[in-house]
Design a protein around this ligand. Structure first.
Ligand code: VGL
Length: 199
């Protein structure tokens, strides 16, 4: 595994898990898988980034204000918190997105770190060239993050066993992965990444 790699965990927040405001079916089942990836990346000294949807109460992202979605991930709410069982390392770079009323904020690349650095620059500052993307939801925020990552010139691997989607239409998640691969991403699962880390 290249030293220039980072793990990007997308939106593993309570509102996207069962019991939340916009739940992905079985969304919380990605958590133990992600924890295994986190352990691998941490052991290799590679950075972990975690994006979060962080909406104001009033945003055009919500149905109530002309958008598409029920209210979710409102800034500071319990629903916006990361899932409690997700073992984020202490030095995780949290990337906040969707925090302006006029912004949908699907892609992690629309987000900024706590120091206000756009994700792309934060990655490039750290010499990252290859990102490994997982989390929720495959057919929205994971997909947009992967496609933007490719557009920004990163090598991108989507971690297929650590993503789940909304599937508003049956098959959306499967098609999303196909589109990511067509556009140049690689799809991989844990065993492959574990083997790469051992190299
Ligand atoms: C998401 C739908 C609406 C996501 C966010 O995190 O994938 N999906 N907002």
């Amino acid at each position: 595994m290249s030293r220039n790699s980072a793990l990007i965990i997308v939106d593993v927040q309570n509102d996207f898990c069962p019991g939340g405001a916009l739940p992905v079916t079985n969304g919380d089942t990605v958590v133990p898988v992600l924890n295994r990836y986190i352990t691998l990346f941490e052991a290799a000294g590679l950075p972990v980034f975690a994006t979060r949807d962080w909406h104001p109460e009033k945003t055009r992202h919500f149905k109530k204000f002309g958008g598409r979605w029920p209210e979710h991930c409102i800034q500071g709410s319990a629903g916006a918190a990361f899932h409690k069982d997700l073992n984020l390392p202490l030095n995780t770079a949290v990337v906040t997105k969707g925090d302006r009323p006029d912004e949908e904020g699907y892609s992690g690349f629309q987000g900024r770190t706590d120091s206000g650095r756009p994700l792309s620059l934060a990655l490039k500052d750290s010499g990252i060239e290859h990102i490994y993307v997982a989390g929720l939801a495959t057919d929205y925020c994971v997909k947009e993050t992967v496609l933007d990552g490719l557009g920004e010139g990163f090598k991108v691997t989507v971690l297929e066993d650590a993503v789940l989607g909304v599937d508003m239409e049956p098959g959306d998640s499967k098609r999303a992965i196909e589109e990511m691969v067509e556009r140049g991403a690689e799809a991989a699962t844990f065993e492959k990444i574990q083997a790469l880390m051992a190299d």
